[in-house]
Ligand binder design. Structure first.
Ligand SMILES: [Zn+2]
Length: 331
């Protein structure tokens, strides 16, 4: 069984010079444009402010009644600049940070607390979308080392397939998906699995029977393959426009207990579980402390919807309608 981490518990893993990130923060490249230079400096500043906020304990005031759900996609050292990819080292550093400063709980427990209107202060849940093979090959081992729970949302048609996702093709990356045995291994290790539709469909454009089928058939297949009830759902692309309200209602009828987006924002007490926000982790966040500082700022915005930022969002970067190059330099 995976234990829950407790806040401020040393993880036992030493990151040495990496942990303070002094060596990984980028220098402003000589001759770079003004926009890139400013964005780099801004991220370094956020990292430094995050260090102060977390190492002094001040951060607790920002998360007294709000939880955080973080979203990863791929953990793979081969694509360090891909917006959906984290290197293993960076992922381990994030896990260390989560265990140190938050109480990391299984997503199902957070959903239960949210539904019951209970306190969610200081809680954090880790999630993954899509079903990349490195989730079981790489990420699961790092999570286990830290004793952290996580939920893996998968599009069932991608599992065990050799399909190349269009957003990977655009980056010249070969998509590698988990097999059903990989997923069964994750479940056996105590991790949770949720649905992300069958075909990774944009549920903002789909209605009625087709949308119902995407949600119901993925649930049925996961339950048949994994021999357990599947109640957690995250919708593909994750933007505010990628889930029509009628489909949110369908998700409830299909038997899910929650609906997770991917365009930023925290989870304050009293949130509707069918409107749960997640914070994507991407190459935008240079360090966990930058992430922590940005999450603390987010907590001051009422904890509700915050406009997405192109550089970190799954939805904006991948939406067929809104596809545009990742804006590395945007702040
Ligand atoms: Zn997805």
């Amino acid at each position: 069984m995976l234990r829950q981490s407790t806040p401020n518990t040393p993880s036992g893993i030493e990151f040495g010079p990496w942990h303070d990130y002094s060596q990984c923060l980028p220098r402003v490249p000589p001759g770079s444009g003004m926009q890139l230079a400013q964005a780099t400096l801004r991220r370094r500043l956020k990292h430094n402010l995050g260090l102060v906020l977390f190492q002094t304990g001040l951060y607790r005031r920002f998360f007294r009644d709000q939880a955080v759900v973080v979203l990863f996609h791929r953990v793979d050292d081969r694509y360090p600049t891909d917006p959906l990819t984290c290197t293993a080292r960076k992922f381990a550093a994030f896990c260390d940070f989560f265990a140190r400063y938050f109480t990391v709980v299984p997503l199902s427990e957070l959903v239960r607390r949210v539904a019951e209107g209970r306190s969610v202060g200081g809680l954090l849940s880790v999630t993954f979308d899509d079903g990349y093979r490195d989730n079981s090959d790489t990420a699961a081992g790092i999570l286990k080392q830290q004793g952290l729970p996580a939920c893996f949302f998968v599009a069932t048609d991608l599992i065990g397939s050799s399909q190349v996702a269009w957003w990977d093709a655009a980056q010249r990356i070969e998509s590698r998906w988990m097999s059903w045995d990989d997923l069964r291994g994750l479940v056996a290790a105590g991790f949770e699995v949720g649905s992300h539709t069958v075909h990774h469909e944009d549920l903002g454009r789909m209605r009625g029977a087709m949308a119902y089928r995407e949600m119901a058939e993925s649930k049925r297949r996961l339950e048949a393959e994994l021999s357990r009830p599947i109640t957690l759902f995250s919708y593909p692309y994750g933007g505010a426009a990628h889930l029509h309200d009628s489909n949110r209602e369908l998700a409830r009828q299909v038997g899910y207990h929650c609906c997770l987006s991917a365009h930023g924002g925290l989870v304050p007490r009293g949130t509707d579980p069918f409107h749960m926000q997640r914070t994507p982790i991407s190459h935008w966040q240079l360090s966990p402390y930058q992430f922590g500082f940005e999450a603390a700022l987010e907590s001051l915005r009422d904890g509700h919807h915050v406009a997405p930022r192109v550089s970190k969002d799954e939805d904006v970067g991948r939406s067929p309608a809104l596809a545009q190059p990742d804006a590395q330099a945007s702040a």
